[in-house]
Design a protein around this ligand. Structure first.
Ligand code: BGC
Length: 487
């Protein structure tokens, strides 16, 4: 009996090892060595320069969009603001107060409006009518309709910003694909929708990408925050670039915040060597094939689907679930990205529950292999994000001719916040790829809402500055001297 048990045990562990080896082979293309990550960073560095250049920009996959945000908060900002936040499946309206004395941004009230799928994929006019209706309802219920508060509009899509209140949508990403908006000024579309209603009006508008909102809201707490990063449904980062390098905007002095739109990295095929067959399927079946290649390897909108495709392949190869694929697992979108975080969290119970919900006949061995699949995909996501962040940090250090850079990154997004070890993996890889940068990560509390208010407040502060300066000169010199001096 003993001999038989030993023999069975040996056979069982031999089968498990063989299974693991096959699964590992299938997952191999997701594993990136440090030298590959370094090469990814070098390619991104070149693409960032192309994006900033006057003559290279139009063909650059990494758009490096000027935001017209020229300063981070200095702690003197204050006042009441409205903020709109559009970028995920929900749209939010917020009333925000910035308290200078306490150096705090307070969310007074907020309201969430769901955006139904047919609006996300319908005509743009319907989308903006929906936004204007939600805003009207909010103003009504909070008795704010009579006031024209300055408004910060967080619009988390790639936009060519012509000014702080003029922003042309380049293309939709994530789950949106409304017709008639690409190539149009989003602020104009919002104002037109409000005028169509005719029951209220809005004051000055500042357009903000969510990365910028995140950087600015963290910047109020920590004034060395010069990078904003989002790893949620989509992914992107912004940072403070030297004006002398922003070739598409006049002026050499000071800095401007650049929205990198790093999600578009690889759209010219430059990452083909690291894209797996699964990435290619995810791209092909997405709403926007060929667009936002890097984002599709990193962000929450796509990680679950990559994992599902891998699980289906392993099952078809008889390496999982006794070769039985359930209808649920065959359904695109059914394996949600949040499952990856739940599966990688401590204990195997979550995995067992999720696999049961997906009608899969699992064994303990399957549970372990599913964990391995999720871990491999989320690790690659964290490492790719780290490669991009390291590229930015290294660039800031070089720009300033520093031997060592100490800086802070404001971060937001469900993948970063909810996944149990994403943040550690990201930080460890950044340390490897940017050894001379000491980066502090500050998790943003509602950067998209509060940050939009902060951008509006900083824009107001800067707009007031020349007026105050001219007034002082006028008092000191008199109008004639001032005219001569200005001339
Ligand atoms: C958009 C970015 C945005 C990011 C995070 C991407 O799909 O292109 O503008 O910052 O998602 O929300």
């Amino acid at each position: 009996i003993l001999a038989l048990t030993m023999a069975l045990r040996w056979r069982f562990s031999a089968v498990c090892t063989a299974l693991l080896m096959f699964v590992d082979e299938c997952l191999q293309p997701f594993r990136l060595s440090v030298s590959t990550l370094q090469s990814v960073s070098t390619r991104l560095k070149k693409d960032m320069i192309r994006g900033l250049g006057k003559h290279t920009h139009h063909r650059a996959p990494v758009k490096m969009l000027p935001t017209f945000v020229r300063a981070t908060p200095d702690g003197t900002e204050k006042g009441d603001f409205l903020a709109l936040d559009l970028g995920g499946t929900n749209f939010r309206v917020l009333h925000v107060r910035i308290l200078e004395d306490e150096q705090r941004v307070v969310k007074m009230d907020s309201q969430i409006c769901a955006i139904p799928q047919e609006i996300m994929l319908g005509h743009g006019e319907k989308l903006f009518d929906h936004i204007a209706a939600c805003l009207a309802e909010f103003l009504d219920s909070h008795e704010l309709k009579g006031q024209t508060l300055p408004l910060g509009f967080t619009f988390s899509f790639p936009c060519e910003q012509l000014d702080i209140d003029k922003s042309v949508l380049i293309r939709w990403t994530k789950g949106f694909n409304c017709s008639g908006v690409e190539g149009e000024d989003v602020v104009r579309l919002l104002r037109e929708a409000i005028h169509r209603r005719g029951d209220y009006d809005i004051g000055s508008v500042a357009m903000v990408n969510d990365t910028v909102g995140t950087m600015m809201s963290c910047g109020y707490r920590d004034q060395s925050c010069e990078i904003g990063m989002i790893i949620g449904t989509g992914t992107n980062a912004c940072y403070m670039e030297e004006m002398r390098n922003v070739k598409r905007v006049e002026g050499e002095d000071g800095r401007m915040c650049i929205n990198t739109e790093w999600g578009g990295f690889g759209d010219d095929g430059s990452l083909r060597d690291i894209q797996t067959d699964f990435d290619l399927v995810v791209d092909k079946t997405s709403l926007n094939p060929g667009i936002h290649t890097y984002e599709k390897m990193i962000s929450g909108m796509y990680l679950g689907e990559i994992a599902r495709l891998v699980l289906v392949k392993l099952t078809e190869d008889k390496l999982l679930f006794d070769g039985q694929v359930s209808d649920a697992l065959q359904t695109p979108g059914r394996f949600e990205t949040r499952f990856i975080s739940e599966i990688e969290d401590t204990g195997l119970e979550n995995t067992q529950r999720i696999l049961t919900e997906l009608d899969l006949n699992w064994s303990l061995g399957d549970v372990r292999l599913v964990w391995l699949v999720c871990d491999t995909i989320s690790t690659r996501s964290a490492q790719l994000c780290a490669a991009a962040l390291a590229t930015i940090a290294n660039r800031i250090r070089n720009n300033r001719g520093l031997d060592h850079l100490k800086t802070t990154v404001g971060v937001d997004g469900t993948v970063f916040k909810k996944h149990p070890n994403f943040s550690q993996q990201l930080q460890a890889t950044v340390r490897l790829l940017a050894p001379r940068c000491d980066i502090t990560f500050l998790v943003s509390e509602d950067g998209s809402g509060k940050g939009a208010a902060m951008v509006t407040a900083v824009a107001q502060r800067l707009a007031l500055q020349p007026v105050v300066f001219e007034k002082l000169l006028l008092e000191a010199w008199g109008p004639f001297d001032l005219l001569v001096a200005l001339w």
